[in-house]
Each structure stands twice: as C-alpha cells, then as structure tokens.
Ligand binder design. Sequence first.
Ligand SMILES: Cc1cc2nc3c(=O)[nH]c(=O)nc-3n(C[C@H](O)[C@H](O)[C@H](O)COP(=O)(O)O)c2cc1C
Length: 183
Amino acid sequence: MKVIGIIGSPRKNGNVDTLVQAVLAGAGEAGHETKKYELNVMQYQGCQACNYCKSHEGACRLKDDLAPLLKDVAEADAVVFGTPIYFVQPSGQFRLMQDRFYSFLKPDFSVTLKPGKKAVVVTSQGNPDPAMFDGVIKGLEKMLGLYGFERPASIKMIAGNSPAAVKERKDLLAHARAAGKAL
Ligand SMILES: Cc1cc2nc3c(=O)[nH]c(=O)nc-3n(C[C@H](O)[C@H](O)[C@H](O)COP(=O)(O)O)c2cc1C
C-alpha cells in the first residue's frame, strides 16, 4: 500500500509535522510504502482556473512542485492531510494545494480519483477548546468525501502554540501511530 503524507505547516518538526510523521511511522510498521511532502519548501502556484485539465485528461498545465504530489495522490491508497489552523482555516500553503485538486475533476465535475482511498486528517490549533474549529475539519472531511476518500480518521492537536507541545501528548502520538498502522 502506498501512503502519502502532506504537511501544510511551515514549522519543521512542529505539531502537524510530528503527528504526520507518527501516522507515516505507523503505516511503515504495517509494511506500507510511505512518502512525505512538506508544502512549505515546495514552489507552486494555486489553481489558475485555466481549465487546461478539463481538455487534457486531468493533466495540470502547471509543471511545478505540486505535479509529483498530485501524481502520487492519484496513485496512493491513503493520504495523510496535515495542516495547522490559521485564521479559522487550513494554512495558505495547504489551501493552494487543495485547490489544485480541481484537476481531479472531469468537465462534468465527476471525480477521476479511484474511489475508496483512505485518509487521515491531522490538524493543530493554538486554541485549547477542542470543538472550536470542528467546522474547519468537517469542511475538509466533506471535500475528501466528495473526492471519494473513505471517512477519514481525524487527529486534532489543541493548545499547540509551542511547536514542541505535541511531544507532551503521548496519547495523541500513540493515536496517530495507531491510525497509520490501521491503514
Ligand atoms: C498565521 C497564523 C494564524 C493562526 N490562526 C489561528 C487560529 O485561527 N486559531 C488557533 O487556534 N490558532 C491559530 N494559530 C496557531 C496555530 O494554529 C498553532 O500554533 C498550531 O499548533 C501550529 O501548528 P504547527 O506547530 O504544526 O505549525 C495561528 C498561527 C499562525 C502563525
């Protein structure tokens, strides 16, 4: 099984990165092939709405660092979507990547991705209220559902203003590892 991890936080070894790594480590333990993309060190643009993909079998006209990521998502059996909460949304790095999923839609808006891929959603927020950004997570899960992903496991870090805060959350790290192992 091929498992792709996408990290939408600019903080290397921050909360999202650490949790996505834990999910991938669990997946690795289960014998799956894993690969990690750190959006913040990649050069890419948001969707240009040029509709090139609609007349070129889903190929995106932008040949930037997201091209291999999109190819890997198409080939993957499972994808770990990791993002911090920035101003009540996924991060900008993550949002630009998300819009490029437009190339997975045919002109009639049917989805070209093989259905039944698994997903894990990893978020981290500064706010200590666990329910505060449930709407953001639900929005992301809804999008993944429309793209044919199975109902995702979701891993939510709270009070994560320090990049190392998650290191104290042995329970969440164990949960992340178990979610990866269960893929
Ligand atoms: C630009 C920016 C906007 C943020 N907006 C929010 C927010 O709306 N709500 C919140 O709880 N935390 C917010 N935070 C805090 C981050 O979500 C929090 O520090 C998170 O744990 C970072 O995850 P990371 O360590 O993986 O980067 C914001 C941080 C930044 C830098």
